[in-house]
Design a protein around this ligand. Structure first.
Ligand code: SAM
Length: 280
């Protein structure tokens, strides 16, 4: 089933949370010079048009990136500045944002000579858009394959270090267990890898299955960052969650500072929590 299109959701509060965690992890991993094999298991497009009718239909960016952008003067420090500089590239003539970068762009932006990115995208049209974009980027490879199976088939990587973003659309209820099974196998093949696993927080909390399965697995050192909407809609996402396996040292504190700034004075309209799901 491939009915999900991220163009309807790009730039929402969950994307801000996910991409803040992703860019922080990449930038912190740059403190060492050894090469990083990057994987984006569910890549979507590299860019989304926020003026497109899909984006305007849901209006999700309004309470996400548009709101954060209008409050940007309050986002201090290098960690936010790195993102603000990227978002600024997508400004229209009136200063508002018309383009929103997706995860492949955030990865590509930070690839060094010794790093590369493998991006999986199964949707034919999305995969083609991504492949067209990747033609301009020699260290990016796009594979129109299943991202979870694809990740496993490429582990362990040739480079000494690994960073993987696992960001499925969770269209099927069993996706939560499938992600946990894949993560366990991936960790067994590459234990030192940094894995970011995004999940939606929905009524009924189906994400608990994912967290319980990860807790019961042999994986250790798993951070859990959650962002809950203060006024959740009756249907749809009430929050955004991110599990980070093997976060760089100090990542939790820096992400907490970033997200607190974004939540301050009801900017994103969210409450925050962060704890270790599995301790070291
Ligand atoms: N990671 C993107 C970002 O942060 O900008 C958003 C990705 S979106 C949540 C999920 C994407 O996964 C969709 O583009 C969808 O077409 C794709 N997809 C769905 N099933 C897939 C599969 N089995 N393997 C790879 N991609 C898949």
């Amino acid at each position: 089933m491939l009915s999900y299109l991220h163009a309807f959701h790009a730039g929402n509060f969950a994307d801000v949370h996910k991409h803040a965690a992703l860019t922080l992890a990449i930038r912190m991993m740059h403190s060492k010079s050894s090469g990083i094999a990057c994987f984006d298991t569910h890549a979507g497009s590299a860019f989304y048009d926020l003026t497109d009718k899909s984006a305007l239909k849901t209006g999700e960016a309004a309470s996400g990136i548009h709101r954060l952008w209008s409050w940007r003067d309050r986002l201090h420090g290098d960690d936010w500045q790195a993102m603000l500089d990227e978002w600024a590239q997508g400004q229209g003539a009136d200063g508002s944002l018309v383009d929103y970068p997706g995860s492949p762009h955030w990865f590509e932006r930070y690839l060094r000579q010794q790093d590369n990115l493998t991006a999986f995208e199964l949707h034919p049209a999305e995969g083609q858009t991504l492949a067209n974009w990747a033609r301009r980027h020699s260290r990016v490879r796009v594979l129109q394959e299943d991202g979870l199976k694809g990740l496993l088939s490429h582990l362990p990587p040739r480079q000494p270090r690994l960073l993987a973003l696992v960001d499925p659309s969770y269209e099927i209820k069993t996706d939560y267990e499938e992600v946990a099974r894949t993560m366990t196998r991936a960790w067994q093949k590459c234990r030192h890898g940094v894995y970011l696993i995004w999940y939606p927080i929905l009524p009924g909390r189906p994400d608990e299955k994912l967290k319980q399965a990860i807790s019961a697995s042999p994986i250790n050192k798993v951070l859990c960052s959650e962002v809950m909407r203060n006024h959740a809609p009756q249907r749809g996402m009430c929050g955004s969650g991110m599990l980070v396996v093997n976060p760089p040292w100090g990542f939790n504190n820096r992400l907490a500072v970033m997200m607190r700034a974004a939540a301050r004075d009801s900017c994103l309209g969210v409450g925050l929590s962060m704890q270790w799901l599995v301790a070291e």
